[in-house]
Design a binder for this molecule. Structure first.
Ligand code: ZN
Ligand code: ZN
Length: 343
């Protein structure tokens, strides 16, 4: 099968022929119809996040497709079923796996981000049937981004729900693929006022369409922190979602978070969250770096999408051969919503 492999950090992916994965008992082979290209994969390719146990490796953790083959004992899915693949695989035995937060496993086996190969290939080996969620109406290639771009903000928002009361404001920094789903989900799940901040006018226009009440291009607002604080009448934001994660964006969130509010870091751009009450933050501010989502949360996201309530963000589809072009475009900020690789 064709596969896009990373041989060396900082180098382009190589498209090559590799043997299709063999599956064992309880495992499932999925023919990939869509693999969303995530910003984290850019950080990994460039060597900024070094979590891969070995190279060469096939990335791709936002996958959907059709069941091509099932191993002995598999009952929940059969050949031909369209599925979206949950990617936060774990050991299945530690405290977090047992309590249903498998993506937090102490020995993570995340698809495409561990010894398990990912979906930038024609076929994907899935070690357990419970990682597959069957699709009814959605096309797999349009459903692929649900597995990360929608799931990750969904978990962050769900965990911040007690703070998201209708007479308060939520701040969303970064309106890329995850931020766009974040705004849609905030609108769908809460009555909170939504402020979106980005450096790109086109994406801010999307934010308005998706339900943001106010949008700010930070490049044109030198006094942004003060303006935003004034908007909340000095109270601050009850929830701040940082989809970027630089020193600057984290500092903005922390300085603007209300007492009894929550800062959720989702983006991992290498920044450090620094919280010092009486200096840069109010008291009783919660901070959490949320991670991805669990299987049940992905089922909820898929249900929202299947019902038509959660509508897709702009998607662009590219053949596997163009994966390096996609990486380039994403780095240059030229992908409006999500680029999906169709091997
Ligand atoms: Zn991702
Ligand atoms: Zn575990």
């Amino acid at each position: 099968m064709k596969s896009a492999r990373l041989y060396e950090y900082g180098q382009p992916f190589r498209i090559e022929e590799v043997p299709s994965p063999a599956i064992g008992e309880g495992e499932v082979l999925v023919k990939i119809e869509g693999a969303g290209f995530c910003h984290s994969d850019l950080h990994i390719r460039d060597g900024e996040i070094r979590i891969l146990p070995k190279l060469p490796h096939t990335l791709g953790h936002e996958n959907a497709g059709v069941v091509a083959q099932v191993g002995r004992g598999v009952k929940a899915v059969k050949e031909g079923d369209p599925v979206v693949v949950y990617g936060g695989w774990g050991c299945g035995y530690c405290r977090w796996c047992i309590t249903g937060h498998e993506q937090l496993c102490i020995e993570p086996k995340w698809v495409g981000l561990s010894e398990y190969e990912g979906g930038y290939a024609e076929y994907l080996r899935v070690p357990r049937e419970r990682y597959l969620i069957k699709l009814e109406h959605l096309q797999p290639r349009e459903a692929a981004p649900l597995a990360d771009a929608a799931l990750t903000p969904y978990r962050a928002i769900k965990r911040a729900l007690p703070h998201l009361v209708p007479d308060s404001w939520a701040l969303v920094i970064g309106v890329g693929g995850l931020g766009q789903y974040g705004i849609k989900l905030l609108r769908l799940l809460t009555g909170v006022g939504i402020v979106a901040v980005d450096i790109n006018d086109e994406r801010l226009e999307l934010a308005r369409q998706y339900g943001a009440d106010r949008t700010y291009n930070s490049t044109r607002h030198p006094e942004l922190a003060k303006e935003l604080l004034d908007l909340t009448r000095g109270q601050g934001f009850m929830a701040c979602f940082d989809f970027v994660g630089t020193d600057e964006t984290l500092a903005l969130c922390i300085s603007l978070c209300a007492s009894e509010g929550k800062v959720s870091q989702i983006g991992l751009a290498g920044g450090t969250a620094r919280i010092k009450p009486l200096e840069n933050s109010r008291f009783e501010v919660l901070f959490e770096a949320t991670l991805w989502g669990n299987i049940q949360e992905l089922r909820e996201v898929v249900a929202l999408a299947e019902s038509g309530r959660l509508t897709p963000i702009p998607m662009e589809f590219y053949p596997l051969e163009q994966i390096n072009e996609v990486a380039q475009k994403l780095k240059a900020g030229q992908i409006k919503g999500r680029a999906v690789i169709v091997p």
